[in-house]
Ligand binder design. Sequence first.
Ligand SMILES: Cc1ncc(COP(=O)(O)O)c(C=O)c1O
Length: 410
Amino acid sequence: METKHLGINSKLIHAGYKADPTGAVNVPIYQSSTFAFQNAEHGAALFAGEEEGYIYTRIGNPTIRALEENVAELEHGCGAIATSSGMGAITTVYMALLGAGVHMVSTASVYGPSRVVVEKEFSRFGVEASFVDTSDLEQVRAAIRPNTKVVYIETPSNPTMQVTDVEAVSKIAHEHGCLVVVDNTFASPYLQTPLDLGADVSLHSVTKFINGHADVVGGLLIAKEKSIYKRLRSVMIGMGCNMDPHQAFLVLRGLKTLGVRVERAQQNAMQIAGWLEKQPEVETVLYIGLESHPQHAIAKRQMSGFGSMISFDLKGGLEAGRRLMDHVRVATLAVSLGGVETLIEHPASMTHASMSAENRRAAGFSDGLVRYSVGIEDVEDLISDLRQALQAASVATEEIKLTPAGVTAG
Ligand SMILES: Cc1ncc(COP(=O)(O)O)c(C=O)c1O
């Protein structure tokens, strides 16, 4: 069925689907590593080329292809490439577009491993990188060097919720002959289409919103131009970080409900963010849907909704953060995000505990910062859970202050 003219919720369900000879309503799981070539015995000419059929699952597979075609259509790209994980997509982009003596400008508050892999691994092969606040266009402009080839942005970013103006950065980057890559994980294709804003490549950790059920790890790359698409695909095949057919099947199933999940979760998030702003234990709330967010206007312009990620800063700092984690009941204390279930995490004592407090501040977040991925539960349950946890955490923090120095209260 031709789906180009359909609305986004219809595309989520139908794009990429090719009628199956058995009448199966869903794309079957083609769990086969290899595919038979047509030979004279079958009355056909020898295999004609990649577009005509499948050879080997690392190169291409019908279940994976259905997912790739769906997402390429959602984000208006010329093609998409599914990978084993979000980091598989990110390292494929780096490997394809960077090289010895090549420089990249990137968002400072980018997802930690996206930065670490450049600083620790790609630097060994002569890749250079500057990490700047890409929400500040002057910093982007100033960081570009004659050998800069890629401007990499994550927007909204994790966990600082900074928003970068994709259109403005793309204009600056293209003036300097650089390609623009956007990590679109936090927004999902439902809320933001970076290629329409001028980016050359969009990527996702599908582990998050696209799959949405905390049961798959995966990644996706979407390219605007055929030449970039081909380059990315050939690197993905060479590095062997392809998605698996069963993984693709699960992601396709999750993708169908992306719209309804995102709509429901962002409604919850707006209510929770407004409520959090009024709580005495909370210093600041970073939710891009609030007018108090520094880049609210940019988010409103370049996204069709504000999503369901909230970060908030506790007045009680590190200890209050730890205590809050001890008292939540409905929200699950876990890393990751974008699922139907609400997840909470405290970067300073969990994901970023190995960083010094100074480095955490330099990356733009304090020790009291809590990241809250809002799910689709009843919002009243989420608010009452947070209310009791905030109260319990502040009582516990008070008790610590009254305890003699060096003794940690229960
Ligand atoms: C914004 C962002 N990009 C990329 C990744 C990496 O994805 P994965 O864990 O699927 O490799 C994550 C994971 O948390 C993320 O939050």
